[in-house]
Design a binder for this molecule. Sequence first.
Ligand SMILES: [Zn+2]
Length: 171
Amino acid sequence: MAILTNNTKHCSKCKELKDLTLFNSYKLSNGTIKHRSDCKACRSINQKLRWKSKVRTEEDKLLASNKAKQWAIINKSKQQAYQQAYRSTERGKLKARESYNKFKSLGITKLQTKKAQRKLVDNLSDGYIKGLFRNRVNSLNYNEVTPELIDLKRKQLKLYRDVKKKTNTCS
Ligand SMILES: [Zn+2]
């Protein structure tokens, strides 16, 4: 049994005698340091429960998802680190396995989709070129990309690729 000293305190929730460092502290305006009545572990459990029981509308969810996306754009390296950490957790591994199984059940392997994508790019398919107009060049709608426009773009891309090949063999 732990000995009651100035550095320990009973948690109001779990009633355990714990070290003061295991309680969140706050400062009063007169400078005195106070500790919360419940310990960090109890507080964390409580907060998780409150978060889970919170009722969210579709609008709330959309707002939160947009906020997260924006944050990820601004903090790219942080986001990548978080993602890496998540992938190494049990939950992250489970989610990865789930999506892999979903993929597998459709009879598609990753290599196949990569190969299929590669083929579309190599052959300068209509769909690939349409995608370029939509994503990068000037965000046209699909129905605004005419066959003539696609043909022109295809010629331009072929030219670029030929030039690139030539400069590669020269250097
Ligand atoms: Zn506690």
